[in-house]
Design a protein around this ligand. Structure first.
Ligand SMILES: N[C@@H](CCC(=O)N[C@@H](CS)C(=O)NCC(=O)O)C(=O)O
Length: 204
């Protein structure tokens, strides 16, 4: 049994849970809520950066970040998240990296408010992040047809599903507006991933 330090709202945690569903490993993972804003949470002993997800293995060692956890889980299963080698692996990992980059920008957009204290929200910083999200979504609208081969390697689709779900959940950006191909991909591919509904973000 593995322990996943988690929060239901985290897109990186959702990525891990969707991967676990696909790999048939969800029942091997116990969830333990982590409070990333509490310096006394044991999370900081498991990951000095205080970020989730962290996976605690059976021998008590902790691994992070989400990419390392995905790689570890994939090795515990007979199913796959990414092609094993070659150009297809490079392509799938790059697609996942794009979705991760957009998640990073969405999180930074959210944190601009959360960590501005008594100061006004830094709009310049927010628009800097929004531009990346907008550009990324434009690119996806053009390229999403190359992501359609969801099976048997859904690693990049899982990451993009978590990304778009989070952008909507936090009301960061209306990514589906005037992007029919991306919306269609979300409805036809993302929502059909095993565990899609049960992993949806619904709280802090
Ligand atoms: N590159 C990391 C990013 C993880 C991350 O940023 N997690 C957020 C929650 S979605 C977090 O823990 N934030 C708390 C903080 O930055 O202090 C990964 O892939 O796991």
């Amino acid at each position: 049994m593995y322990v996943l330090r988690y929060s239901k709202a985290s897109p990186y945690v959702r990525k891990i849970l969707l991967a676990a569903h696909h790999l048939g490993l969800r029942d091997n993972i116990t969830l333990e809520v982590a409070d990333t804003s509490d310096p006394s949470d044991s999370l900081r002993e498991q990951n000095p950066t205080g970020r989730i997800p962290v996976l605690v293995k059976q021998d008590g060692t902790s691994i992070y970040d989400s990419r390392v956890i995905m790689d570890f889980l994939e090795r515990q299963s007979d199913n796959f998240l990414f092609p094993e080698k070659g150009d297809l692996r490079d392509l799938a990992l790059t697609q996942a990296a794009l979705a991760e980059g957009l998640i990073d920008s969405a999180i930074l957009w959210v944190y601009a408010d959360r960590f501005s204290g008594d100061h006004p929200i830094p709009e310049l910083w927010r628009s800097h992040q929004l531009q990346k999200i907008e550009k990324g979504c434009d690119y996806l609208e053009e390229q999403i047809s190359s992501w359609l081969s969801n099976q048997p390697f859904p690693g990049s689709a899982i990451t993009l599903a978590a990304c778009l779900g989070y952008i909507s959940f936090r009301d960061v950006y209306n990514w589906s507006n005037k992007r029919p191909k991306l919306l269609n991909w979300y409805n036809e591919v993302a929502t059909r991933l095993p565990g899609f509904e049960i992993t949806a973000p619904d709280s802090d």
